[in-house]
Ligand binder design. Structure first.
Ligand code: ZN
Length: 259
C-alpha cells in the first residue's frame, strides 16, 4: 500500500472516529494522527515519512557540508600535525560520505539522530529517549519487522500516553488508532504482517499488491470508504447545524409575522 493511501486512510478514519466518539480534535491529536499513519514504515529508508522529513535535497546538502568539513579538517590536521596520519583517515571518511548510497545515508542519519535523541532524552523526558531508541532500532531492522507488530503499537502507545498527560488524552487514542489502521491496511497486501515476532504467524488477507491493478482497486475502495466516513463525521453534521439554524430563523420570522 502506498504512503499516500496510508496517510489518507489512517488520518481520515482516525479523526472521523475521534469526532464521532466525542473526543476533542486538538492540534497535537491531528498531527499525531498524520505521523502515526506513516510511522510504521519508518523502518523502510525510502518511506514517505522519511522522504518528507529527510528529502533528497537536504541529504545532498548534508553530504556537501560533510565533504567541506572533511577537507577543512584535513587542512587543519596538515598544518597543526593533529594526530597525523590517523586524522587523515577521519577526513577521508567524511569526504567518502558523498559516495554513499542515498538509502544507506538515510539509515546512518537515523542512527545518529536516534543516538542524539537518546542522549538528550536523559534531560528532556523519557519519551524522547524512547523515540531515539526506536529510531536506531528501526534503522537496522528488516522492513515490516518490529514496527509492523503488536509491540510497535504498544511502544508507540506508551510513548504517547506519557506525552498525553499534558497534551490531552485524544492524542494517544489518535496515535494508537492511526498506527493500528496502518497495520490493518498492510494486512490486505500479499506480504501481510507478523504481529508477534519472533513467532512466524502471519496475518494477511492477500487482496492486493502495491503498484499492480489490484493495488489500485483496493486502495481506491479504502480511500472512498474513508471519504464516506469523513462526510458522515464532519460534513453531514455541518449540514444539520445549518438546517437547524435556518429552521430556527424561519420559526422566528413566522412568529413575528403572526404577532
Ligand atoms: Zn507498512
Amino acid at each position: 500500500m502506498t504512503g499516500r493511501t496510508h496517510l489518507i486512510v489512517g488520518s481520515g478514519v482516525t479523526l472521523s472516529v475521534l469526532s464521532l466518539i466525542g473526543q476533542p480534535i486538538t492540534l497535537p491529536a491531528a498531527v499525531v494522527a498524520v505521523v502515526s499513519s506513516l510511522l510504521p514504515d519508518i523502518d523502510e529508508p525510502n518511506s514517505l515519512l522519511l522522504q518528507k522529513t529527510m528529502p533528497k535535497a537536504v541529504l545532498n546538502k548534508i553530504k556537501l557540508a560533510l565533504v567541506a568539513a572533511g577537507v577543512g579538517f584535513m587542512i587543519y590536521c596538515y598544518f597543526q600535525s593533529f594526530y597525523v596520519p590517523y586524522s587523515y583517515g577521519v577526513g577521508v571518511l567524511m569526504i567518502g560520505a558523498f559516495l554513499i548510497h542515498q538509502r544507506l545515508f538515510r539509515q546512518l542519519l537515523m542512527i545518529i539522530l536516534g543516538g542524539l535523541l537518546l542522549y538528550l532524552g536523559a534531560e528532556a523526558g523519557p519519551w524522547w529517549g524512547t523515540i531515539g531508541a526506536l529510531l536506531m532500532v528501526c534503522a537496522v531492522l528488516p522492513h515490516r519487522g518490529l514496527t509492523h507488530s503488536v509491540y510497535g503499537v504498544a511502544i508507540w502507545g506508551a510513548v504517547l500516553y506519557f506525552a498525553s498527560i499534558r497534551l490531552g488524552e485524544s492524542m494517544w487514542i489518535s496515535g494508537v488508532m492511526a498506527y493500528t489502521l496502518h497495520l490493518l491496511c498492510d494486512m490486505l497486501t500479499k506480504h501481510g504482517i507478523h504481529p508477534l515476532p519472533p513467532f512466524k504467524w502471519k496475518f494477511r488477507l492477500p487482496l492486493m499488491s502495491t503498484g499492480k491493478f489490484s493495488g489500485f482497486l483496493v486502495e481506491s475502495i479504502c480511500i472512498t470508504l474513508t471519504f464516506v466516513l469523513v462526510w458522515h463525521a464532519f460534513i453531514a453534521p455541518m449540514g444539520d447545524t445549518m438546517f437547524g439554524f435556518f429552521t430556527h430563523i424561519k420559526d422566528r420570522v413566522s412568529a413575528l409575522w403572526n404577532t
